[in-house]
Design a protein around this ligand. Structure first.
Ligand code: 6CS
Ligand code: FE
Length: 304
């Protein structure tokens, strides 16, 4: 029987408590955004580091060539076909159709994407910003197919990774590789610049196996309208319309989302989540069993 009295010390000192019996509110971030000095000694130069610190994301164009992107697209289709045939858990199907929405753990199931995950064009930027050795906390391809690609409602990845995966602090970032043209109208990634400087505490109890719903349609651990409106009025919305081969590096806590895609043009992106080795996950902060390994590296934490 889980009672207050046996709450672990980890839970008692939870500075990023969310869900459970807490009241929705906005609190200041308690962690650095940049763990490195702002100088020109690393891959990312000072102006770009300052932009990342200010906004919570950074777009880098032409990281991968169109030839490389074409191989990623082919591998993406191979993975979708394989997982569709095998019905594996790693493939998430859209809530309103039979379309594949996401395929997770691609850094382990695909030799090609395993190489991409440790590619210096990505990993060295993660190591610079996080100022630590890094490992892949989660990887996925989001298909957002044409006609029936559904939305990803506004959220902070960290809120989920903290509450459901036990990620202690905000020392992780995502690299999103654009595989298809991200137009203003086919469900591009949207950010609320500056929202990463706050932590939006959410209400609601986390049910067991929440991920079976949240990965198709996230309704828990999302900011309420009032708090979203206040962060929006401060930072606005930035829509990332990038060419294939561009990469968006974004902080684990910046609010982001994307609208549904009713156009014929798919909006497919690869995501690799780099977590600092010193920030490896502990037990979940919610009263649920840990999420599966394909969503959160727990057993296989191999520094790049
Ligand atoms: O639950 C998660 O880990 C996933 N959910 C979203 C909406 N973004 C991050 C991650 O892929
Ligand atoms: Fe996300």
């Amino acid at each position: 029987m889980y009672t207050e009295s046996i709450q672990t010390e980890q839970h008692q000192r939870d500075i990023y408590a969310s869900r459970g019996g807490v009241t929705a509110k906005i609190v200041p971030r308690r962690d650095p955004i940049l763990y490195c000095d702002i100088d020109d000694s690393g891959v990312i130069d000072s102006p770009a580091l300052q932009s990342y610190r200010k906004n919570g994301f950074l777009v880098v164009d032409k990281v991968f060539t169109q030839v490389e992107v074409n191989t990623f697209l082919q591998e993406m289709e191979n993975l979708a076909g394989h997982h569709r045939r095998s019905g594996s858990d790693e493939a998430i199907v859209e809530a309103g159709s039979a379309e594949v929405r996401s395929v997770f753990r691609i850094h382990e199931t695909s030799p090609l994407f395993k190489r991409v995950a440790s590619d210096r064009r990505l990993a060295s930027i993660a190591e610079q910003i996080l100022n630590d050795r890094v490992y892949i906390h989660q990887s996925r391809v989001n298909f957002k197919p044409g006609f029936r690609g559904e939305k990803f409602y506004w959220h902070s990845d960290f809120e989920t990774w903290h509450v459901e995966d036990g990620m202690p602090r905000m020392r992780a970032l995502s690299a999103s590789i654009t595989l298809t043209e991200n137009y203003p109208w086919n469900g591009p990634l949207m950010f609320i610049p500056g929202s990463h400087k706050y932590y939006v505490v959410c209400e609601g109890e986390t049910p067991e196996e929440n991920y079976k719903r949240s990965l198709r349609r996230q309704e828990l651990g999302i900011p309420d309208d009032a708090h979203l409106r206040s962060l929006y009025s401060e930072g606005g919305i930035h829509t990332v319309v990038g060419k294939p081969g561009s990469v968006v590096f974004f902080d684990c806590n910046v609010l982001h989302g994307s609208s549904g895609n009713i156009t014929p043009a798919p909006r497919s992106n690869l995501f690799f989540v780099y977590n600092a080795l010193s920030n490896r996950v502990r037990s979940p902060y919610c009263d649920c069993p840990p999420r599966p390994e394909y969503l959160c590296s727990r057993k296989n934490v191999t520094p790049i």
